[in-house]
Design a protein around this ligand. Structure first.
Ligand code: NAD
Length: 500
């Protein structure tokens, strides 16, 4: 069986969804018939199982993507790519609720306050990249002398492989796919083993939109089988990975061990938010609370370290706790309740990992409401947790916890807080709150991060580049970079002089 029906009793809906690999425009079983169970983090129960790809499946998919690129896709007019992406955007709009429901049950995302917002972004982004087709492809002409000039061409890589995580299952995939398609590549993509359902459903929409078979191929499966085979494949010319820094480092090794493929990495973070004494405190509280508790803290850019000037520290802390208590609710552990703003974390493994940090004795902790007992819920719900007075070398301030856990620290001087903000191996993002124009821009200059928000936090824009400094990554996504990074530059030398 290559399709399963999934019931969403809370919304009185049943979804028919594919569970096979999506290769050459159709759903197929894996070559060895192996499957992976996928679980609902809200209950801990199994939802269904889907086929898990093998190395043989990866090889077959890459070969198909290569052939389609060579014989069909690379010759298709750009206008066709644009029209296909526009059609895809309309289909995503049509099936928005279904895709949001799949991400809700598979990733534990509150349906109304989180999963639907992901889909809104995916639709906007698909339209955006339809409009980007042909826009960033222009090369340049370089005059050399009267007998010679050079020009450059921007060409797609051919087959690109994409590997994505579970925290924004469809959105993270689309951040990569739409730009890669707009640039003219063919794709083999691997979703996370925790959350493959929405991307497989998406495969159906790709076919319905009319993309040639084999332009998009989806191989779910285990990271060190499917992911590794893609990253080491000799016919994959670029790999774009979003996930942990540990696995990101492996991507660079895989590239070096195979064909030196171009690598784009979007990895972990430990982003600081700094609140100066002239900040609008209510504004800073709202942005930073959302910046850590939205998506249960499972955000690469989560502002998990907040530094507050000593003059406003007590006021900030009190208001922060009040805000978190009044805005973040499990709503009886029902992620389909419109009042639910705090879902479970993804899995038992992550739950146990986060609880270990919560048990830390570094500093003081405030668990905002009690940790649910197993009789209350079998899901992986963790309440907001605030640590204070934590020593700088504590793991709480150094490691990416990826849960609703924040450390709030007092500071006194500008130079001191810049040093603390930069004391991390990560450099994904940072936020600063101040009403002083010069202070805000000075901090943006001084902080080591790929994205800086002045007076907001975690409000990405799909038209602006996104990516990390230091061990948060290499390369950029979104905006024009989301297309340009899927093209390589060819230089053509035009000589008019005879050889002497
Ligand atoms: P992960 O690194 O465990 O897995 C990411 C993907 O890599 C999954 O599809 C997984 O199957 C695959 N994978 C695992 N081992 C592999 C291997 N040896 N070879 C090839 N592929 C392999 O990350 P995760 O737990 O799914 O996601 C959470 C992490 O993602 C966090 O660190 C978070 O910060 C990061 N993230 C970063 C961004 C960003 O844009 N910078 C966005 C979202 C998430």
């Amino acid at each position: 069986m290559l399709f399963e029906t999934i019931d969403i009793p809370q919304l009185n809906k049943t979804i028919k969804t594919p569970i096979g690999l999506f290769v050459d425009g159709q759903f197929i079983p894996s070559s060895d018939g192996g499957k992976i169970d996928t679980f609902n983090p809200t209950t801990g129960e199994r939802i269904t199982s889907f086929y898990a790809g093998t190395v043989e499946d990866v090889n077959a998919a890459v070969q198909i993507a290569k052939d389609v690129y060579t014989y069909t896709w690379s010759m298709q007019p750009m206008k066709d790519r644009r029209d296909l992406l526009l059609k895809l955007a309309r289909l995503l709009e049509r099936d928005k609720e279904i895709l949001a429901m799949l991400d809700s049950i598979d990733a534990g995302k509150p349906y109304h306050t989180n999963a639907l917002a992901d889909l809104d972004q995916v639709i906007t982004l698909t339209n955006y990249y339809a409009g980007a087709v042909g826009k960033y492809t222009n090369g340049e002409v370089i005059p050399v002398n009267s007998d010679k000039f050079c020009y450059t061409l921007r060409e797609p890589y051919g087959v690109v492989a994409l590997i994505v995580p579970w925290n924004y299952p469809l959105a993270m995939a689309c951040w990569k796919m739409q730009g890669a398609l707009a640039a003219g590549n063919t794709i083999v993509i691997k979703p996370s083993e925790n959350t493959s359902l929405s991307l497989l459903y998406f495969g159906q929409l790709v076919m319905e939109a009319g993309f040639p078979k084999g332009v998009v191929n989806i191989i779910p499966g285990v990271g060190n089988i499917v992911g590794e085979a893609l990253a080491k494949h000799m016919d994959v010319n670029k790999i774009s990975f979003t996930g942990s820094t540990t696995v990101g480092c492996k991507m660079l090794q895989y590239s070096g061990l195979s064909n030196m493929k171009e690598v784009c990495l979007e990895c972990g973070g430990k982003s600081p938010a700094v609140v100066f004494k002239d900040a609008d405190v209510n504004n800073a509280v709202a942005w930073t609370a959302n910046g850590i508790f939205y998506n249960s803290g499972q955000n690469c850019t989560a502002n998990s370290r907040i530094y507050v000037h000593e003059n406003i520290y007590d006021e900030f802390l009190e208001k922060f706790k009040e805000y978190a208590k009044s805005h973040y609710s499990f709503a009886d552990f029902n992620i389909f309740n419109p009042d639910c703003t705090l879902g479970p974390v993804i899995s038992k493994i992550q739950y146990d990992r986060i609880m270990k940090y919560i048990k830390s004795s570094d500093g003081k902790k405030d668990i905002l409401y009690s940790i649910p007992s197993k009789t209350e819920t079998t899901g992986f719900f963790i309440p907001p947790v605030i640590f204070t007075d934590v020593p700088e070398e504590s793991l709480l301030l150094q490691e990416e916890i990826f849960g609703p856990v924040v450390v709030i620290t007092k500071f006194c001087h500008y130079s001191e807080v810049v040093k603390m903000a930069n004391n991390s191996r990560y450099g994904l993002a940072a936020a600063v709150f101040t009403e002083g124009v010069r202070r805000g821009h000075r901090f943006a200059r001084d902080v080591h991060a790929g994205t800086v928000w002045i007076n907001s936090s975690n409000d990405e824009e799909i038209s602006a580049p996104f990516g990390g400094f230091k061990m948060s990554g290499i390369g950029r996504e979104l905006g024009r970079y989301g297309v340009e990074s899927y093209m390589q530059t060819k230089t053509v030398h035009m000589s008019m002089a005879p050889h002497h």
